[in-house]
Ligand binder design. Structure first.
Ligand code: EPU
Length: 421
């Protein structure tokens, strides 16, 4: 398995281009199932999770052309399988996003239940409840969600909690339903807005995306469209945390700062200087950060996907920070590993108390999820000595060529591949 070898202590200086957002690209690729037309996408990030989705859609019969440089076209005019098998779903929970599109266009779908994952239980009951409210007949058979409906029928759906992929699945399903669907308590994440914008280009009638009440008027069919995926706010935030931890100055190009308010506010509070244009961010840091407490909530509040990275910054800050993780029950797996590098963190349920230390010391560490891995990279960049981050396949799921990007701004980081290990 590949590892990253980091020698800490280098300040970061230079420019990085931000990639397209993983969590926008995943539902958008699945949205291609809604039409026999062609979906032409730009700014698709080169990630493991994108490869998995491409494999899943290809198995269903979607013709996919990846035209190098982040362009991808998808043609779902010849779909021959309406099933998402366990071997792919178990590696990527977002595979559940094919359920709504398959069901609404083809009248049936069979999608493996994802099961638990490292950061928590993560059930999909709200996806199922919502589709049932749209008139689908749903059963769980041999570990699969089996859904059937002649044509879905618009309804008012209020999910029990705010769910990002749940909102996306139901919004996609409702585009081809008979009549109007109202999604109440909808997620407002920028990735949902990006998906809605693509669906509208495909001919869907959607209003209210970006708010907690989305109205979708079903249409008979959707058509070809072109779309550029929004910038990844979590990748951009991760690089800002890295420069916050090491000191220096970086400019992020192709960024979407308007989607990053809560993260930028926290980093300003930590003592960073941040300047933004429409599609760029300049972040700089001198000296040690100040400890910053926060609670994770749904967008536009502070994102759970940035919790681990800002925690890494707090480990070397002046003062003590209290962090509360409200979205997932088990998203502190980086804490023990950060502890191996000398961080002082106490956990009590959903709360973490981080007391900053003057410096971390490099160590061999390992993480079990994507954002936890990113926090260990940040810690390694700031630590004294060498850090080895093991199991970086997690990182490859959600960060495009992270070590190349960091090296281009002066980090001492290299990938040790299985062959050279
Ligand atoms: N939940 C349920 N039932 C459901 C759906 C969700 O109980 O049917 C619970 C979850 O267990 C969780 C909460 O509701 O406690 C919110 O989960 P949500 O459904 O919003 O999460 P998700 O859609 O599975 C997406 C991102 C995650 C991100 C979360 C929260 C994608 C592909 N994934 O997951 O991204 O953390 O929203 O913002 O969009 C990541 O990129 O590292 C990542 C994990």
């Amino acid at each position: 398995m590949d590892k990253l070898l980091i020698t800490g202590g280098n300040r970061l200086n230079g420019e990085i281009a931000v990639s397209g957002a993983k969590n926008a690209a995943l539902p958008i690729l699945c949205a291609s199932l809604l039409t026999p037309g062609t979906i032409a996408l730009e700014n698709v990030p080169a990630l493991k999770d994108i490869d998995t989705t491409v494999r899943l859609l290809s198995r269903m019969g979607v013709q996919i052309n990846r035209n190098g440089d982040h362009a991808t076209t998808l043609d779902a005019s010849q779909v021959h399988s309406l099933e998402a098998p366990y071997d792919l779903v178990k590696t990527m929970r977002a595979s559940i996003l094919v359920l709504g599109p398959l069901l609404t266009r083809f009248g049936q779908a069979r999608v493996s239940l994802p099961g638990g994952c490292a950061i928590g239980q993560r059930p999909v009951d709200q996806h199922i409840k919502g589709l049932a409210a749209l008139g689908a007949e749903i059963s769980i058979e041999h570990g699969f969600v089996v859904a059937k409906a002649k044509r879905l029928k618009g309804a008012v759906i209020r999910t029990d909690m705010v769910t990002v992929t749940g909102t996306e699945n139901l919004m996609m399903a409702a585009t081809l339903a008979d009549g109007q669907t109202i999604l109440e308590n909808a997620a407002r994440e920028p990735e949902i807005t990006d998906l809605a914008e693509l669906l509208i280009k495909m001919g869907a009638r959607i209003q209210g995306h970006g708010t907690d009440r989305i109205a979708i008027d079903g249409v008979e069919s959707l058509h070809s469209a072109e779309h550029t995926i929004v910038a990844d706010r979590i990748e951009a935030g991760t690089f800002l945390c890295a420069v916050g931890a090491t000191g220096g100055e970086i400019v992020l190009r192709k960024a979407a700062p308007e989607t990053m308010g809560a993260t930028i506010d926290k980093l300003l509070e930590a003592g960073m200087r941040i300047e933004c244009g429409t599609d760029w961010i300049r972040g700089s840091m001198t000296g040690r950060p100040k400890a910053v407490g926060f609670r994770t909530y749904e967008y536009p509040s502070f994102p759970t996907d940035m919790q681990a990275q800002v925690m890494a910054l707090n480990t070397i800050a002046h003062g003590t920070a209290v962090i509360v993780e409200n979205i997932f029950e088990n998203r502190y797996m980086h804490v023990q590993e950060l502890g191996r590098m000398g961080a002082k963190i106490d956990i009590d349920g959903h709360t973490a108390v981080v007391t900053g230390v003057p410096a971390l010391s490099g160590a061999t560490v390992m993480a079990t999820d994507l954002r936890a891995s990113a926090s260990l990279v940040i810690a390694g960049l700031a630590a004294r000595g060498e850090t080895t981050v093991e199991r970086i396949y997690h990182l490859d799921r959600g960060y495009e060529r992270m070590e190349h990007k960091l090296r281009s701004v002066g980090a001492n980081i290299q990938r040790i591949t299985r062959e050279t290990a």
